[in-house]
Design a protein around this ligand. Sequence first.
Ligand SMILES: [Zn+2]
Ligand SMILES: [Zn+2]
Length: 134
Amino acid sequence: MSLRMPESMDECIYFTRRKLENDGRIIAWVYRKTCPRCGRAEMGKPIDPKTKKPMIRADTYECPECGYSEPRQEHEESLNVEVIYTCPYCGHSGETTTKYKRKTWEGVKAYVFVCEGCGKKIGITKKMKEKKRG
Ligand SMILES: [Zn+2]
Ligand SMILES: [Zn+2]
């Protein structure tokens, strides 16, 4: 597998860069989905006709060309998060993809993928929350 890193944030509906313990790191993104109806444009949040800016709180994604729209959850669950990582547990560097859907991981919501080196689950949590140390 060879992932292509996005060249611009405009290509993505999600992008994050994280530093983890033990020199682990994650770069993860989700590309916009090409409209399944017209195939001519990438879908995104609907554009506010007044401000011409995407309405980030909208519950739908829309094609700017043909107006085709999908509910947010259905749309997001049809996408994949692409991940380039260095595992904080074993130091393995690799690439993988996982569903663009948060799961519960160590008690918090996260996009979860499995390290190809050691098989441990690694979560991309919602915010840069420090895990509590016991
Ligand atoms: Zn379209
Ligand atoms: Zn690992």
